[in-house]
Each structure stands twice: as structure tokens, then as C-alpha cells.
Design a protein around this ligand. Structure first.
Ligand code: NOJ
Length: 561
């Protein structure tokens, strides 16, 4: 059994995990792209912030057709951002700071630059090399029609021809061919990859597209319309599990049971969190102790800024997680969604209310119009984001933060077309703006080249003028800044966290008020009259209180009297 870092096997259950998108965090060598040395230099910042772990989005060799989620080599560092020696130095710094490291693993697809895919391209139809991916003959006499009308997630056909009558499946970009997980070499190679990073000191993995690896490709392939109906039935409303040929198939858990055996070779065991967009009553299977152990819940992220939606979601998420004995995850922002300080500044989203779809499409409207219509109320968005985060950090379970949210950073909506990188932008002829707006590098200094992200070339996505006011340098000395709110909350969270129970205190229409064991109380006023607090010491508040009462769009932590 190999000793990993730390002693507590349950460290992840209520950890605060900070997501680093390496290419946009800190650029030590000044080439415009964030790098591992940049991360190492910022370890003291993360230690002061008070996070328990970091999750690194992919840092592997990649042509960056999908922000690094197109991996060319799973066991190396992209030379654009460092070397394995830099990785080891970074691990040493994190370990000295008492921060664990989780890395992203991308098993559904590789990059088309991966040696196996290149070998597949050079090899004939029916060869073992092609069998590591999903190749099919095209339709029609010349085989020049795709094997099915499937549409990929980023838009356009899910099949790409290779010139000899065969096509390969890519559920994402054409540069991301899907692996065939029935192939023993694919399975074995990922076990090697897991051990490779664990032996270099990582404590766990975030598993990309965890619900997509097992596919039923038996012929005849279903049509896109049939697939869509099955999607609605199985993923959206969970009525008929295990019927979709691509998503959330039961066989996928055989893979994770094998991974679990590898996780358990380490002491404490490695952890994993599934990115699985599945019906809520299926999440617990991914999060089971025989499987990955934890599964992201994005339900609160999808909520409108409404008390009832939040409350229902909190209850459901806690219940879902307890179904597997796992703990809940809370997320408001990540590299795939509009930052929550902006989402909550789009008031029409609240008017539209109700369905998650509306909220998502409203964010889309905002991006398509590059932030001009609808206009984001930046101040309101930030006030709400601070309140929501403060409340979330008091919930039982683990909290996932995304770099820059601790600064209250809004989305960058207005990015010039030539600076966009997200394949969704290109595959939809610019109608989908994509996710670049939350991937702009973060500001460290108030002024200067790239606001201290890196002093050399212009940042790989240029940083707008207004970013300086959100810089670490601007917020650090300001006691009321979002950065200091996060620092204080994370410090207190460590002190106050006890068991994973929560008790609701009242049923006010616009207020969430709950207690945690150990006399920790939390009240958040969404849109109600000023809310009177019970007796007790106010530990931290997301905004100013009015005569000791909590105004709307504000949350408070209290030590009960
Ligand atoms: C989910 C990742 O979070 C996203 O950024 C990526 O584009 C897809 N998976 C494909 O890997």
C-alpha cells in the first residue's frame, strides 16, 4: 500500500476545493499562458485564502482545441505550461502548505494528436488500432454520409470522416475522438495513468464526462430524434434509467469499480468526483464507495436566485448524497458556466423563473449580445453572489470554488471574435459565444501588463480594462472586499464545521435560516423585509446589516447565544 498525503481518509467530505484553470491562473514565464510555475508561486495566496485542496483542470500536452480537454498524452505536462519537474515542485509547495491536489482525468475521449489516434488513422479499417476508438463505415454507396445523424455537444455532426469510407465518433469537438471502453488496452492504460499521478502525490481525480464512457453502439444506430426522446426520459426526468445508448449506462460502473481498486492501493485511498450529468436519483451510483465516491451536483448552480428553488435543491442534494453515504458537492461557478456574480445580476432571469432551461438561455442571450442586452447589474450580481456563496460555504458537504470567484469577478462578455477559443463558438458560426468569458486570466495587480497575470506577452484571452478593480492587490487591503469575505468565511468554516447535519430554523417565505451543530447559524435573506436575527454573535456577513437585521440579498453567519 502506497502512502499518500495526509492521514484522514474522509478529508474530502467537507473540504473546500479551489479549481485552477492552469492556463489562466498565473503566467510565470510571460508567454501569455498560465503555467505550473505560476501556480507554485501563488501557493501562499491559496494557503492564506484557506482552501483545503485544489483541482487542476487539464495541464497535459494539448493542442488546446477544447481548453486542454483534448489530451494528447495523459502522463505528461504540456510543454507550453511546464514540465514534470515543475509539476513535482508544485506538489512540494502544495504539500508544505497543507493543500491537497486533485487532477482532472479525461477518459471519454483523447485528442486527435494522441499516439493511439494517430496510429488508428494510419491503420486500415478493422485493425486493432482503430478498435481503441469508435469507427464506423459511412452510409451511402460512397460511404460519404455519416453513420448516423447524431449531433455532437458542441454543435454539428458527431462523426468525422477519415478519407477511406470510415468515420469516427466524437461527442465533443472533432479533435476529441471518443475511446472504445470495451477495449482492454484503453482500460489498462487509464489504470496506469491513475497510478502515475497518484505516485506523484495527487490525492484524487475529477472525472470528466464520467457518465459517457460506456456506449451501446449496436446496430442499427438510433436516430438523433430517438436519442433525444431517450435523453429526456432517462437523463432529464429519470423515468427509465439505462436506456440511452450513450449516457449513464450501467456498464460504466464496472470501469469505476476497477478504478476503486486502484484508489484503495493508496493510504488514505484516492478520492474522485464524477462530472456526471445524470438524473438526480442516479448520481448516488457514481458517488458510491465502490465507485468514484463523490459526484458533482450542479443543481444549485442552475437555480434562479429564488429562495424556494435553493431550499428545494439543498434538501434534494443532501438526500441524493446520503443515498450512497457520500457527501454533497456545492458549486456555483466553474470553467463551463457564466460566472455567478454575473448570473445573479441578470434580473430578468428571476422574472422568467422556474425552469433551469430559461436561466441557461437567458445567460446565453446575455453572451450573444456581448453583455449589452440584457444588461448585467454588476453591483446586484455581486451582492447576491457574495450572499449565496456565504450561505453555501456553511452547508454540509464539500464546496468547489472556481478561480476568480473569490474576487467577485464577473463574466467577460465582450471578447473579440479573433480572441475566442471555445469550440462551441466556432462550431456554431459564432452564434454560441461559448465559455471563454469565465476563462479570462485572473487579475493580480491593479495596473500593469495583464494585471500581474504575466508581465510578458498579452494574455491568451485579453483582459479588459475594468479587471484591475477586482485585482488581488486592490482587494487585499480592503476589509470589506470579496476576497476578505472568502478568507474569513473559509477560516471560520474550518473552526466551526462539525458533523454533516443541518437543521432548518424557520419557514419565512424569503429567508433560508439553518443551524449546524456546534451553535453555528446561518441566515440568508433573498428578497424579503429586513430579517431579525436571533441572539448571538455575528461572525461574518456578506453585506451591511441594517440595525442588526439582514437586508435582502445578504447572508450572515452567527454563533448562537
Ligand atoms: C466537461 C468539461 O468540463 C468541459 O470543459 C469539456 O469541454 C467537456 N467535458 C469535454 O471534455
Amino acid at each position: 500500500m502506497t502512502k499518500t498525503y495526509g492521514a484522514d481518509p474522509n478529508w474530502w467530505r467537507q473540504a473546500c476545493v479551489y479549481q485552477i484553470y492552469p492556463r489562466s491562473f498565473a503566467d510565470a514565464n510571460g508567454d501569455g499562458i498560465g503555467d505550473l510555475q505560476g501556480i507554485t508561486e501563488k501557493v501562499p495566496y491559496l494557503q492564506q485564502l484557506g482552501v483545503d485542496a485544489v483541482w487542476l483542470s487539464p495541464f497535459y500536452p494539448s493542442a488546446l482545441k477544447d481548453g486542454g480537454y483534448d489530451v494528447a498524452d495523459y502522463r505528461d505536462v504540456d510543454p507550453k505550461i511546464g514540465t514534470l519537474a515543475d509539476f513535482d515542485a508544485m506538489m512540494t509547495a502544495f504539500k508544505a502548505a497543507g493543500i491537497k491536489v486533485i487532477v482532472d482525468i479525461v477518459p471519454n475521449h483523447s485528442s486527435d494528436d494522441h499516439v493511439w489516434f494517430q496510429e488508428a488513422l494510419r491503420s486500415p479499417k478493422g485493425s486493432p488500432a482503430r478498435d481503441r476508438y469508435i469507427f464506423r463505415d459511412g452510409l451511402g454507396p460512397n460511404k460519404d454520409q455519416p453513420p448516423s445523424d447524431w449531433v455532437c455537444i458542441f454543435g454539428g455532426s458527431a462523426w468525422e470522416p477519415v478519407g477511406d469510407g470510415q468515420w469516427y465518433l466524437h461527442l465533443f469537438d472533432t479533435s476529441q475522438p471518443d475511446f472504445n471502453w470495451r477495449h482492454p488496452e484503453v482500460r489498462a492504460d487509464f489504470l496506469t495513468t491513475l497510478r502515475f499521478w497518484a505516485d506523484r502525490g495527487v490525492s484524487g481525480f475529477r472525472v470528466d464526462v464520467a457518465h459517457g464512457l460506456a456506449k451501446d453502439m449496436s446496430e442499427p444506430l438510433k436516430s438523433q430524434e430517438e436519442m433525444h426522446t431517450l435523453f429526456l426520459e432517462t437523463i432529464e426526468n429519470g423515468a427509465r434509467p439505462n436506456i440511452h445508448p450513450l449516457w449513464d449506462r450501467d456498464e460504466v460502473h464496472e470501469i469505476y469499480r476497477e478504478w476503486r481498486k486502484v484508489f484503495d492501493e493508496y493510504d488514505p485511498p484516492l478520492t474522485a468526483v464524477a462530472e456526471a450529468w445524470v438524473a438526480s436519483d442516479r448520481k448516488h451510483i457514481y458517488a458510491s464507495p465502490e465507485g468514484l465516491g463523490q459526484s458533482f451536483s450542479f443543481d444549485m448552480l442552475m437555480c434562479n436566485f429564488r429562495r424556494d428553488e435553493f431550499r428545494d435543491t439543498i434538501e434534494a442534494s443532501l438526500k441524493d448524497a446520503s443515498g450512497s453515504g457520500s457527501s454533497t458537492t456545492w458549486v456555483f461557478s466553474n470553467h463551463d458556466v457564466v460566472r455567478h456574480a454575473t448570473r445573479y445580476g441578470l434580473p430578468k432571469a428571476v422574472e422568467k423563473g422556474g425552469s433551469h432551461g430559461n436561466f441557461a438561455s437567458f445567460c446565453k442571450d446575455y453572451l450573444v449580445s456581448r453583455g449589452k442586452d440584457p444588461v448585467c447589474d454588476v453591483e446586484l450580481g455581486l451582492r447576491r453572489a457574495r450572499a449565496a456563496t456565504l450561505m453555501m460555504l456553511a452547508l454540509p458537504g464539500s464546496a468547489y470554488l472556481y478561480q476568480g470567484e473569490e474576487l467577485g469577478l464577473p463574466e467577460v462578455a465582450d471578447i473579440a471574435d479573433q480572441d475566442r477559443q471555445d469550440p462551441t463558438f466556432f462550431r456554431n458560426n459564432g452564434e454560441e459565444m461559448g465559455r471563454d468569458g469565465c476563462r479570462v486570466p485572473i487579475p493580480w495587480t491593479k495596473t500593469g501588463k495583464n494585471f500581474g497575470f504575466g508581465g510578458g506577452k498579452t494574455a491568451h484571452i485579453p483582459m479588459p480594462e475594468w479587471m484591475g478593480e477586482f485585482a488581488v492587490e486592490a482587494e487585499d487591503p480592503d476589509a470589506a472586499s470579496t476576497l476578505n469575505l472568502y478568507r474569513r468565511a473559509l477560516g471560520l468554516r474550518r473552526e466551526l464545521q462539525a458533523d454533516e447535519t443541518l437543521e432548518w430554523v424557520n419557514d419565512e417565505p424569503e429567508v433560508l435560516h439553518f443551524k449546524r451543530n456546534g451553535g453555528w447559524e446561518v441566515a440568508m435573506n433573498f428578497d424579503g423585509p429586513e430579517y431579525e436575527l436571533p441572539k448571538g454573535e455575528v461572525l461574518v456577513a456578506s453585506g451591511k446589516l441594517v440595525g442588526g437585521k439582514v437586508p435582502k440579498n445578504t447572508a450572515v453567519w452567527l454563533k448562537s447565544a
